[in-house]
Design a protein around this ligand. Structure first.
Ligand SMILES: O=C(O)Cc1cc(O)ccc1O
Ligand SMILES: [Fe+2]
Length: 447
């Protein structure tokens, strides 16, 4: 795309707040007043509801939006199966769950002409898309903007760009998602991804790479704050939703729908991104992870990383998330008489970690290490923590206040083990010597 696209993207306006009852109209008067479905919607538009939760779910968690569009979504031809590429879905049965600590280098460069959808590559996941439980971990690598439109009936898509800015054109309007941001496309919302040239990260022009958590379960919400109080962690007002913007495009548009694990395509006679006005709380949003208010220990000991939860998708057991999205952003470490990096541990939850930039404080970076665009999987009860180098360094470090300011890592932490796809298990970029980072931890015991 041209510099104009970036300028337009940077000039976008947004609505602020998490889970709000937003409303927006691209044409004055397009939004009906006082009711959702007047006998005739304004400006000759069609009124349509999009439900993200059951009609009857508690009000505090209910998600739905009303869309006022040029044509109703129902006006489409039959969907036909199309290739899934490297996209896979729950249930994951291609391999048996692996108790080993695993780590991958970044995906290889995509073939020319790979758009975001074609560039989705599934690492693994859990649950069952048809039961609306569990999650999948995908990566993407793309070098072409989408001409087609995509939607996911199986779950919401939490995007973590690592390289290259994405301009997300959605039914609700446009969002700019850059490295350092997270973006969320709710279940069923149609969108296409335009790649912006010359991202601020300095990556190759037009190339984009990143991570996706596909959440089949309850929509992500802000975590409760308990004794933290009324403020802290991700601030509700820092989440940004788009303002209404529509495409009035006649002519063939390919629309791809992910449904119960498979891709289905139909050729529409118009763009389905034709929503002129909308209101509701089932909306896409972006959040700049650098806005995260980090709370940590100001006395001693390394706190559990749940303190870094940005968003959580609760399961039916209180406190036990289907998946948490956790961010490790710049922060101060001041703990006295404390081993400051992440501790050695075995966790009942399963941890997939990715790196957006810089380094992570428990792991060495560099070739063959934990690098931006790479990822690690520490499944349920697998023993992990600081590598040998980090352990030796942190055990001897002088404990003055220290700023961790050169890294942005994140974790998808899930209550169920992540089963790999065959591709991920046999990938050339799966590191074969990851176990060695914990070799050579010396015996120091002196009874
Ligand atoms: O394994 C990891 O690096 C993630 C992690 C970070 C931390 O600060 C404490 C526990 C934990 O699992
Ligand atoms: Fe961990």
């Amino acid at each position: 795309m041209d510099g104009d696209a970036r300028k337009r993207a940077e000039g976008l306006t947004y609505l602020h707040g998490f889970g709000n009852e937003h409303s927006s109209e691209a044409v004055p008067g397009a939004l009906p007043e006082g009711r959702n479905a007047p006998q005739r919607a304004p400006l000759g538009l069609y009124a349509e509801q999009l439900s993200g939760t059951a009609f009857t779910e508690p009000r505090a968690h209910n998600r739905r939006s009303w869309l006022y569009r040029i044509r109703p979504s129902a006006a489409h031809p039959a969907f036909r199966r199309t290739g899934n590429g490297a996209l896979r879905s729950a249930p994951f049965t291609e391999t048996v769950p692996d108790p080993n600590r695993l780590r991958w280098d970044p995906l290889p460069e995509p073939a020319p002409g790979t758009d975001f959808l074609a560039g989705l590559w599934t690492l693994g996941g859990n649950g069952d898309a048809t039961q609306r439980t569990g999650m999948a971990v995908h990566l993407y690598h793309a070098n072409a903007s989408m001409e087609r439109v995509f939607s996911d009936a199986d779950g919401e898509l939490l995007l973590v760009p690592e390289r290259g800015a994405l301009l997300l054109h959605t039914e609700f309007g446009a969002l700019l998602a850059e490295p350092g941001h997270m973006a969320l496309i709710p279940r069923g919302v149609r969108f296409r991804v335009e790649l912006l040239e010359g991202g601020t990260d300095g990556g190759p022009a037009g190339a984009a790479r990143g991570y996706v958590c596909e959440n089949y379960g309850a929509p992500f919400r802000l975590p409760d704050l308990g004794p933290i109080g009324a403020n802290g962690l991700a601030g509700a007002r820092d989440f940004r939703a788009p303002v209404a913007a529509y495409e009035d495009v006649e002519g063939p548009v390919e629309v791809v729908n992910k449904f119960c694990g498979n891709l289905w395509a139909a050729e529409y006679g118009h763009s389905p991104l034709d929503v002129v006005a909308w209101h509701g709380n089932h909306v896409p949003y972006v959040y700049d992870l650098r806005r995260f208010n980090v709370i940590g220990s100001i006395s001693y000991d390394h706190p559990d990383p749940s303190i870094f939860t940005v968003l959580t998708s609760p399961s039916d057991t209180p406190g036990l998330a289907g998946v948490d999205f956790v961010a490790f952003v710049p922060r101060w470490l001041v703990g006295e008489d404390t081993f400051r990096p992440p501790y050695f541990h075995r966790n009942v939850m399963s941890e997939y970690m990715g790196l957006v930039e810089g380094a992570y404080d428990a792991k060495s970076g560099g070739k063959g290490g934990f690098v931006p665009g790479g990822g690690s999987l520490h499944n349920m009860m697998s023993a992990h923590g600081p590598d040998r180098e980090t352990f030796d360094r942190a055990s001897a470090a002088e404990l003055k206040p220290q700023k961790i300011d050169d890294g942005l890592a994140f974790m998808f932490e899930t209550r169920w083990p992540v089963t790999l796809t065959e591709r991920a298990a046999n990938a050339d970029h799966l590191q074969t010597r990851y176990d060695e980072v914990w070799q050579g931890l010396q015996r120091h015991f002196r009874p």
